[in-house]
Design a protein around this ligand. Structure first.
Ligand SMILES: Cc1cc2nc3c(=O)[nH]c(=O)nc-3n(C[C@H](O)[C@H](O)[C@H](O)COP(=O)(O)OP(=O)(O)OC[C@H]3O[C@@H](n4cnc5c(N)ncnc54)[C@H](O)[C@@H]3O)c2cc1C
Length: 318
């Protein structure tokens, strides 16, 4: 079922959903199931599965020469989606990127998803590969998520890349896109970022999931701004409980979001990561309860592959 239908069916009740990462190459899928199993008690209508593009590593050949190698550390997004739908009978939502995909790759990826009865896709640009500063699209790929959304919408109208194909069947994907209450790191301003968010929606996206934030006011202000710009689709808040002291620096650096002073102070006081994890859980519970009170129909948790803290939050909120 489409995310938009799940929201309508929820009849205003706040629902629980979450995102998982494919395991590192070589790890068994059971590790994923072990983390999903305890969360199924909270009836998630869907589970997102991230996509991880290739990375470049340089191998020292020992003679002063370096060999560039392409590695994919977390493959298996599509396989995990199929496994989740089989095992739990909930909707799995694969993330799909512009980065590393030609338009032909995208079309073939979408055909696989359609054959697997996947009803939703999360369309994202992706970041620059780790060894590069700026995002570079594939030669025959998309530079922005709005262009990727356009291709998915075209397939939903049975428009394949090869216009010689006859009597093609249309897909029927509900398309989600990302948004940034604290602005995407490359956007010159929040207004400009919202302008391009609107373009993704005009091209066919039907719902939005936000980047993590730790201050609900940023989310509320962002939603108000989007609404005043004419964006009417659901804007699902993305939430992540802090779980280690190191994340105090890693999260702002990686995701370009601020942490509120009160949260920073509570974390700094902690003597162990066990204590930090508890602070993160409590902060996220308070955020979730406030969002629930405001009538937000869906909350989305970034599990990062570990479920014990998400379970503790869900127990307190849903
Ligand atoms: C909910 C969510 C899930 C995510 N999941 C994944 C994942 O699974 N795998 C992964 O690798 N990454 C993931 N990301 C990270 C995402 O790929 C990065 O944040 C990426 O840098 C931007 O992706 P986007 O789809 O928001 O890009 P876009 O919407 O294309 O925007 C990128 C930047 O370009 C600007 N822009 C957009 N269109 C134009 C235009 N036409 N002209 C000029 N500027 C423009 C925007 O303002 C923004 O600054 C996720 C992010 C979110 C919020």
């Amino acid at each position: 079922m489409k995310v938009t239908e799940h929201i309508i069916r929820g009849e205003g009740k706040t629902q629980f959903s979450f995102e998982i990462l494919p395991p590192l190459k070589g790890q068994h899928i059971q590790s994923i199931f072990d983390n999903i199993d305890p969360l199924m008690a909270f009836n998630p209508p869907f589970i997102d599965v991230t996509y991880h593009r290739e990375e470049y590593v340089y191998k020292d050949l020992g003679d002063g020469l370096l060999k560039k190698q392409v590695v994919k550390k977390r493959p298996g997004t599509v396989g995990i989606c199929a496994a989740i739908q089989n095992r739990y009978n909930v909707d799995a939502i694969p993330h799909i990127l512009c980065g590393g995909f030609t338009k032909e790759d995208t079309e073939n990826f979408l055909i696989d998803l359609d054959f697997l009865n996947i009803d939703n896709v999360m369309a994202l640009r992706g970041d620059a590969v780790k060894t590069e500063t700026y995002f570079t699209p594939e030669k025959e790929g998309h530079a922005y998520a709005s262009d990727l959304v356009k291709q998915i919408t075209a397939l939903n109208k049975a428009n394949y890349l090869d216009d010689q194909l006859l009597n093609c069947s249309a897909t029927d994907f509900c398309i989600g896109v990302g948004a940034y209450p604290e602005k995407h790191m490359e956007a010159p301003s929040l207004d400009s970022d919202i302008h391009f968010l609107k373009k993704k929606i005009n091209n066919g996206a039907e719902y939005v999931v936000t980047q993590m934030f730790f201050d609900n006011q940023k989310y509320f202000q962002f939603v108000d701004k989007c609404r005043s710009e004419g964006i009417t689709v659901p804007i699902i808040p993305g939430l992540k409980p802090i779980s280690t002291l190191k994340q105090l620096n890693v999260i702002p650096h990686r995701f370009h979001v601020d942490l509120p002073e009160a949260l920073i102070k509570s974390i700094i006081k902690c003597k162990t990561n066990v204590e930090v994890r508890q602070v993160g859980i409590e902060w996220c519970i308070q955020q979730s309860l406030e969002l629930k009170k405001a009538g937000i129909p869906m909350l989305h948790y970034y599990s990062m592959g570990k479920s014990d803290n998400i379970k503790a939050i869900a127990e307190a909120v849903f």
